[in-house]
Write a protein that binds this ligand. Structure first.
Ligand SMILES: CC(C)(COP(=O)(O)OP(=O)(O)OC[C@H]1O[C@@H](n2cnc3c(N)ncnc32)[C@H](O)[C@@H]1OP(=O)(O)O)[C@@H](O)C(=O)NCCC(=O)NCCS
Length: 182
């Protein structure tokens, strides 16, 4: 990690966790950690992981189950057909489907103070290794994210692709990462 010469650790947020101070560039993401992450945990809607030092939160991310679903043939744009053909080519013929199991990065933020140090990349690698674990509890082939436009470059650099051209004008676009074949 660039310029990080102190101890930090990753831990799962629990209902009794003391959340240490955190400030990323995005106030909604700051607010989620402080006010909502435990509610999501209690309702079994998302699990949040913290990266922290003794005194502060460096970054966090939340995960939930998801799926990648292809539209029915007549609704597919030309671009979507190309994306699904590329995606399916990595899956053996007899296992190709219109829906694949996935895990979604519901929220991800790095503190302003530590942006550019490599924690974002570390988080993507951590999610990858969690789901490539030999003891995987349920099938999961892809990571998905509804990415902010300011973060498209970050996700592309880390192996994610856009799923559709239909959200091109939206403020967030769906991106995916193939856990087996990047
Ligand atoms: C986007 C964000 C998660 C990146 O985290 P980070 O820890 O600063 O990123 P890293 O230092 O791990 O960078 C990894 C690589 O991505 C690149 N990168 C980082 N942010 C980028 C961005 N916004 N656009 C393009 N590339 C970016 C880095 O240059 C680096 O490239 P390298 O591997 O060639 O050196 C962080 O800036 C952030 O929390 N932003 C505010 C909240 C946000 O946008 N969250 C995403 C919600 S979908």
């Amino acid at each position: 990690m660039k310029g990080i010469d102190f101890d930090w650790k990753v831990k799962r947020l629990e209902l009794n966790t003391n959340i240490k101070p955190f400030e990323s560039e995005d106030s909604d993401l700051n607010d989620f950690l402080t006010n909502d992450a435990k509610n999501y945990l209690a309702q079994m809607l998302a699990v949040t992981y913290l990266i922290e030092t003794e005194t502060e939160t460096i970054a966090y991310f939340s995960l939930l189950n998801d799926n990648l679903k292809r539209s029915i043939q007549r609704d597919l744009s030309e671009e979507e057909s190309k994306i699904w053909n590329r995606l399916n080519r990595k899956v053996p013929n007899r296992k190709r489907k219109g829906t694949y199991p996935a895990v979604k990065i519901g929220r991800l933020a790095v503190s302003k103070k530590y942006a550019g140090s490599g924690f974002g990349k570390f988080i993507i690698q951590s999610v990858t290794s969690m789901y490539l674990d030999n003891e995987q509890k349920a099938g999961c082939r892809f990571i998905t994210v509804d990415a902010y436009s300011s973060a498209y470059g970050f996700y592309e650099k880390n192996g994610f692709n856009f799923l559709t051209d239909k959200d091109i004008d939206k403020s967030e676009r769906t991106m995916f990462y193939d856990l087996i074949a990047v």
